[in-house]
Design a protein around this ligand. Structure first.
Ligand SMILES: Cc1cc2nc3c(=O)[nH]c(=O)nc-3n(C[C@H](O)[C@H](O)[C@H](O)COP(=O)(O)OP(=O)(O)OC[C@H]3O[C@@H](n4cnc5c(N)ncnc54)[C@H](O)[C@@H]3O)c2cc1C
Ligand code: SF4
Length: 317
């Protein structure tokens, strides 16, 4: 039986700066404070590639609250290549498709690990960000820093240019939403993915995409599922030590908050042949060249894709 909660960090700074309610960052802080881990991963922003780069750290003070990173990070490779630099207990954030491989690498090396799972609808290629900049008439060379989430909820993309100009593109109902849901920039493996809630991690975190929170929440809340006894103990200890506030929530509600994604992924299994065809079309140079050549064609693609997804979901068994 999975326990589900909604909560937030008792540290207002963490709660505000984090993606949702800052439970993820609070877990890292708690694990270092209690000496349960000695190593984790943080991310540095590389303005030459406009990408976040993972880095092993050995104390909480070196951890940066980056918010969700919406471009592919080769985390499995990074952990495999840096395994000898992991000291003592280890925790890191993982996407559902990374959880099993990362746990297996760490287990093989006898490293005690806690995997904090991020719920996941899809992961974008960095080309999604480049396309966004193009649509905003921003030259890549002028970008100092990009953060995709954090600093309030649900927030959006925060772009800082080298001349200190700041741009904000909301997470919902914006050109970024269109790009994100266009499926033109997602990883190939996302068209086959069946796990949304990150069931192989110890603790799963999600945004509360439920009507009442979308309408009223401004600071941030995290949805939490406890998948293992280890995860359960950590979260309950954190609550008892006033790191976080946790309130029980019905598992059904948590599922409803991700229902469109769960159903869309189900269509990937039930309609495998046609989805394979669509995937091939979306990655073909010819199709992309045409669709991305004008905002009108891009809008047309987005409308058609959304219609198709709705149709497939409607016909699910
Ligand atoms: C690609 C992606 C897709 C997502 N899709 C959904 C979704 O469909 N529905 C939903 O409810 N939630 C989704 N999330 C999760 C959600 O955005 C929050 O990350 C989650 O709610 C945790 O919030 P928090 O405030 O508790 O964590 P935080 O305190 O913000 O901590 C999260 C930490 O995760 C790490 N991190 C961020 N991005 C990555 C990454 N790509 N790879 C590895 N580590 C990373 C960073 O260190 C960051 O500080 C997604 C996240 C990502 C990265
Ligand atoms: S949708 Fe699935 S395959 Fe794609 S990044 Fe998320 S967990 Fe991985």
């Amino acid at each position: 039986m999975i326990d589900s909660y909604i909560g937030y960090s008792c540290n207002p700074d963490i709660r505000y700066k984090a993606t949702s309610g800052g439970i993820g960052t609070s877990i890292i802080k708690y694990l270092f404070d209690k000496g349960i881990i000695n190593t984790t991963i943080t991310f540095d922003y590389d303005k030459s590639t406009l990408q976040y780069v993972p880095r092993l750290i050995y104390k909480y003070e070196d951890y940066k609250i980056t918010g969700s990173i919406y471009h592919e990070v080769k985390l499995i490779n990074y952990i495999r290549d840096n395994i000898e630099h992991i000291k003592g207990g280890f925790a890191c954030f993982v996407l559902p498709c990374q959880a099993r491989a990362i746990r297996s690498i760490l287990n093989r090396h006898g490293i005690n690990c806690i995997l904090i799972g991020l719920t996941c609808s899809s992961q974008q290629d960095i080309e999604a960000t480049y396309y966004l900049l193009k649509r905003l008439n921003i030259n890549k060379k002028d970008v100092e820093y990009i953060q995709y989430r954090g600093n309030g909820w649900p927030s959006g993309i925060q772009i800082i240019l080298k001349d200190n100009t700041q741009k904000f593109i909301p997470n919902n109902n914006s050109i970024w939403t269109q790009i994100f849901h266009s499926r033109l920039f997602i990883q190939n493996r996302c068209f086959k993915c069946q796990d949304t809630l990150n069931v192989n991690s110890d603790i799963s975190l999600a945004d509360p995409w439920l009507k009442s929170y979308i309408e009223n929440e401004k600071t941030g809340l995290s949805l939490v599922s406890l998948n293992t006894e280890v995860g359960d103990k950590i979260l309950k200890d954190m609550r008892n030590h006033d790191y976080i506030i946790l309130n029980e929530i019905n598992q059904k509600e948590l599922t409803i908050s991700q229902l469109t994604t769960i159903k869309r992924k189900k269509t990937y299994r039930e309609k495998k042949n046609i989805i394979d065809y669509i995937n091939k079309l979306y990655i073909s140079d010819f199709y992309r060249k045409i669709i991305l050549s004008s905002p009108k064609l891009f809008n047309f693609h987005c409308k058609m894709n959304a219609k198709l997804e709705r149709l497939f979901i409607k016909s699910l068994h």
